[in-house]
Design a binder for this molecule. Structure first.
Ligand SMILES: *[C@@H]1O[C@H](CO)[C@@H](O)[C@H](O)[C@H]1NC(C)=O
Ligand SMILES: *[C@@H]1O[C@H](CO)[C@@H](O)[C@H](O)[C@H]1NC(C)=O
Ligand SMILES: *[C@@H]1O[C@H](CO)[C@@H](O)[C@H](O)[C@H]1NC(C)=O
Ligand SMILES: *[C@@H]1O[C@H](CO)[C@@H](O)[C@H](O)[C@H]1NC(C)=O
Length: 950
């Protein structure tokens, strides 16, 4: 007994969870650090420091993430979340703006009313400012400097704020972010853009003309004082109906032009800003309707004032290059870039004053100089993508008589791809940043076996036997192949670092992810989460996927319009589709051997009935919880309405796979506390004005088994909850004014037992013969032991690790939005039976309990994401594997992160330090020893017999 106690004490000294070792990073986990789709106006190559030639690729994505990418390998250098607009509807502000200038180590961005400047090399904040009282920033430019002496210092920024009734132009100090001057235009014009030159700032606005259309008005402001100097109004009212008619407004003297087009897209008009003259260009549409006109001009100061106009029709594309004469205020056509029968994406780049235009078509990349039409470089695309390119930025390197070019294009699939001289260098799958649902899938080989086993299950005993023998005989066909591979497998398994390839233990499973832009991705979790395929499954940009349900070999994606798409897991081939029907609120899954999906309407009623047993708990849009028998979708069995003034925000149940290894908890004195193991528990979270309530329901009868209410809760902060086995946990922000109560983020854990008395099974008795439906009496309520902890930061989402048999201790997985990480808190730490205000007794110590401390510091070893910055996570899924020690975790929503968890360490896997060579050598040495010693021993034995005999 004493020895046992000593052993378990010793066991306690071994840390229950060890952090991820450095050599496991990138081995057991993977991370797609995403930005979101790069926007066309705010993406560019830039040399952040004049001391280095290396440029980085900058973008402000549609998710308002500002980031720098290393163009060599596509890795993220830094990123910042700039969606800090205080305006109520910041989405109304549209896409953000990003501006920078070569050699100046700052990038300036604006999103809504928020404007900020960041160090271009390391992404540190230089300054920030909000114009909340005025409105959102409509345009942004960096001011050109008159004196070159100030080169290298931060440039002042000109911002145009759309203040509803008025347009406000501000000059913002490049060092501090303070406003130096502002010019307010209250004439009622529509503020449009700003443009700058060394001495002037131009404010471009649209003045509505008397009858129809708009006149373009350019107001010149003194760049030092902000005083209006003159105004120029262009008679554009016959062509310009609104901001959409204006194709381009240049940012500075590299492109000092305004370009607009008439409604019929027959003529293009160009004005050099500040002059009265308008040049008219007739568009030769070659008989086809022009779909798109884009102007590409250099942004860098002292570039030649050349620009390119790209035209696109349904089937073809071409471009024209123009030169601007600043003195005369005219533009002249220099040359044509020929028409091809495919789409082209143009991009501009600079080298000193020279301007280059890059054309990426579906089959090749060409580079021309703006000065003459000669093609400087032409590369056929090595592996042309089938996806259409939406926009691109490029960088041309002039190597004397040849050029090299790299272009980063955004494809329709959401992939951001860098192509260098026709060769794809890297691809970032930015489309994954809009993941709305995910699931683990089984591959085809597993499908085949599962199918065969199913057949055997349905046959008669004799039939099944014959089938099995046949199957094994068929398997023999692979034997020669297998034997041939065998020596190689043995050798590699001995020699490689990887001790055992765990793929066959279900560690490496495909992950299916559906994104809002109608795509489905498959990630290979065994290969660092690489994208194996991605397909367009729905023609929409707002695909609201409710669930992905996988069957061996296929995955079915269910959308909120009642439609579904079934894909092959191995190839992404679409094998089935159902048409949209009615609006689906959620998808419930009934597990009767196979997973059967049931669509739930807004009002909480199931759309289908299931032939078989099963219960459903649904949440209606108006905040009722309804319980259903799966065979009846007309009348609910029970209805749960929370207390007056409360609103239900979440209903969760125990996971479908939630095995319980032990039905009781063995105490230090060998008595047992029996767990309350009701398989049909549902945890309902409801919030009131400043309270949060947690109800534990029996899903079959609808009885409230337990409830707890927390007062003084800040309901605007995240409230997370989860339930598993015989316990549930939740977290909230306690905002108490009472000094005796804790103020801060709290985590509460509650365990359910049949009885407080050890060795007592309470009124439930044998759980095997327990049915809430047939019992006339309501189910006996559990005995609940709860404890709360103050935690250092909010938790936005909770999940519980799963393993095959539930023997391994569980971890509570918490998503921490403020530190962009995911932690796994070991369940032993969250034991509500930890002794309060005293040291544990010897029996408690034997059980592993230690003194309760109200403050739960997050141990560095609990961080599954270790030092990675895993941002934007709103969902974490868990899955068991064939190894009891190991579970899988995938987190998505913004970034995509996947890892393996081993809450009780890898007790069933050989560690990396295990040397197979040493083992083999030991066995060989023993063998040699035995062969050498055996004759000697035998001789000695014979001698002994002779001696005793004589
Ligand atoms: C930048 O490029 C120039 C010529 O292309 C070269 O002479 C110089 O050494 C480069 N500087 C750095 C810091 O790489
Ligand atoms: C329901 O299942 C029973 C037995 O499995 C079967 O006899 C019956 O035909 C099924 N009904 C429907 C509508 O499928
Ligand atoms: C379950 O309980 C019922 C009555 O409560 C009894 O008739 C039945 O035999 C029990 N079944 C088992 C397997 O113990
Ligand atoms: C950026 O910040 C906003 C506001 O704090 C938040 O809603 C959004 O989820 C964040 N985005 C990412 C990708 O972290």
């Amino acid at each position: 007994m004493r020895l046992q106690a000593a052993l378990s004490l010793l066991a306690l000294c071994v840390p229950s969870t060890l952090a991820i070792y450095a050599d496991e990073v990138n081995h057991i986990d993977f991370h797609h650090a995403l930005l979101g789709l790069p926007s066309s106006q705010s993406t560019f190559f830039l040399k952040p420091s004049s001391a280095s030639n290396a440029s980085l690729l900058y973008t402000l994505s549609e998710k308002s993430i500002l980031g720098a990418i290393n163009p060599r390998d596509g890795s993220l250098v830094w990123r910042q979340n700039v969606s800090r607009s205080l305006l109520p509807d910041s989405a109304a502000a549209g896409g953000g703006l990003l501006r920078a200038s070569d050699g100046i180590n700052a990038v300036v961005s604006a999103t809504g009313d928020y404007i900020s400047s960041w160090n271009a090399l390391d992404g540190k904040l230089i300054w920030e400012n909000w114009f909340t009282s005025e409105g959102s920033v409509a345009d942004l430019e960096l001011l050109e400097l008159e004196d070159a002496s100030a080169a290298g210092t931060f440039r002042d920024t000109i911002a145009l704020v759309n203040a509803g009734e008025a347009g406000v132009v501000k000059r913002i100090d490049g060092q501090t972010g303070d406003v130096k001057w502002e010019y307010k235009d209250e004439s009622g014009d529509v503020p449009f853009q700003v443009s700058s030159s060394p001495t002037e700032v131009f404010y471009i606005s649209l003045q509505s003309a008397l009858l129809k259309g708009s006149k373009i008005k350019a107001t010149s402001l003194d760049s030092v004082t902000g005083k209006q100097t003159y105004q120029q109004t262009l008679n554009s009212e016959n062509d310009v109906t609104g901001p959409d008619s204006i194709v381009f407004v240049g940012a500075n003297t590299a492109a000092p032009i305004i370009v607009w087009v008439d409604k019929a897209r027959k003529v293009l008009k160009v004005n050099v800003i500040g002059t009265k003259q308008v040049s008219t260009i007739n568009i030769d549409n070659k008989g086809e309707e022009i779909k798109n006109i884009k102007v590409h001009a250099p942004k860098k100061l002292n570039s030649l004032p050349h620009f390119l106009v790209g035209y696109e029709t349904e089937s073809s594309s071409w471009a024209e290059v123009y030169h601007t004469d600043m003195k005369l205020g005219t533009v002249t056509k220099a040359y044509d870039i020929p028409r091809v029968q495919e789409r082209s994406v143009f991009a501009t780049s600079n080298k000193d004053a020279n301007v280059y235009f890059t054309r990426n078509t579906e089959s090749e990349t060409t580079v021309v100089s703006s000065a003459s039409h000669g093609v400087l470089g032409r590369w056929a695309l090595k592996n042309p993508s089938t996806e259409q390119a939406l926009h691109a930025v490029s960088e041309v390197v002039d190597k004397g008589d040849t050029v090299a070019v790299r272009s980063a294009s955004l494809l329709a699939s959401g992939d951001w791809q860098l192509i260098r001289n026709g060769q794809a260098e890297w691809t970032r799958h930015e489309g994954l940043s809009r993941a709305s649902a995910a699931a683990w899938a089984e591959t085809d080989e597993q499908e085949e076996l599962a199918h065969q086993l199913e057949v055997e299950g349905h046959e008669s005993l004799h039939g099944a036997y014959v089938h099995r023998v046949k199957r094994h005989i068929k398997d023999l066909e692979y034997l020669p192949e297998w034997l041939k591979e065998l020596p190689k497998r043995i050798l590699t398994s001995i020699l490689t670092d990887e001790v055992s390839n765990l793929d066959s233990f279900g560690i490496s499973k495909p992950i299916i992810i559906a994104t809002e832009n109608g795509r489905v991705f498959a990630l290979d979790s065994g290969n660092h989460g690489a994208v194996s395929w991605s397909v367009k499954a729905a023609e929409t940009d707002a695909w609201n996927v409710k669930a992905i349900i996988t069957q061996p070999g296929t995955a079915t994606v269910y959308a909120d319009d009642g439609s579904s798409v079934t894909l092959k897991v191995s190839s992404g081939e679409i094998v089935g589709r159902t048409a949209p029907s009615s609006k689906v609120h959620s998808i419930a899954v009934i597990n009767n051997g196979a997973s059967i999906p049931v669509s739930i309407r807004e009002n909480g009623t199931p759309m289908e009935t299931i032939n078989g047993s099963g219960f459903l708990v649904t949440l209606s849009a108006d905040g009722k919880v309804l319980g259903w028998s799966a065979q009846d979708n007309k009348t609910p069995v029970w209805e749960f309405i929370p207390a007056r003034g409360q609103k239900i925000i979440r209903a969760t149940s125990r996971p479908t796979h939630d095995p319980v290894a032990s039905i009781g908890k063995v105490l230090g004195d060998r008595s047992v506390l029996y767990k309350y193991l009701n398989p049909n528990l549902a945890l309902i979270t409801a919030v009131g004005d400043n309270s949060a309530s947690f109800y534990l329901l029996d899903a079959v009868s609808g009885t409230v088994l337990h409830s707890s209410i927390q007062e003084n809760v800040d309901t605007s902060q995240p409230i997370a909850s989860t339930i598993s086995e015989n316990w549930f946990a939740y977290s909230f922000f306690g905002d108490s004014t009472d000094a005796s109560e804790a103020k801060g983020h709290q985590l509460v854990i509650s365990e359910l037992y049949e009885s407080f008395i050890p060795n007592d099974r309470g009124p439930l008795n044998s759980a095997t013969n327990y049915s809430t439906l047939h019992d006339v009496d309501a189910p006996a309520p559990p005995h609940v032991i709860a404890q709360s902890f103050v935690i250092p930061e909010p938790i936005s989402h909770m999940a519980v690790t799963q393993t095959r048999q539930g023997i391994t201790t569980r971890q509570l997985l918490c998503t921490l939005p403020s530190s962009n990480s995911i932690i796994g808190i070991p369940r032993q730490i969250l034991d509500p039976r930890r002794p309060v205000n005293r040291d544990p007794s010897s029996t408690e110590a034997e059980e592993g309990l230690f003194k309760y401390n109200p403050f739960l510091e997050f141990d560095g070893r609990w961080f599954l994401t270790h030092s990675r910055d895993v941002a934007g996570i709103n969902n974490v899924l868990v899955k068991d594997t064939l190894l009891e020690s190991t579970g899988l975790v995938i987190a998505f929503g913004g970034d995509v992160y996947g890892t393996r968890v081993m809450p009780s360490q890898a007790f069933d896997v050989l560690g990396k330090g295990f040397s197979k060579i040493q083992l083999v050598l030991t066995v060989v040495a023993l063998g040699i020893g035995v062969t050498v010693l055996a004759p000697i021993v035998r001789k000695k034995q014979i001698n002994t017999i002779w001696k005793t005999g004589s």
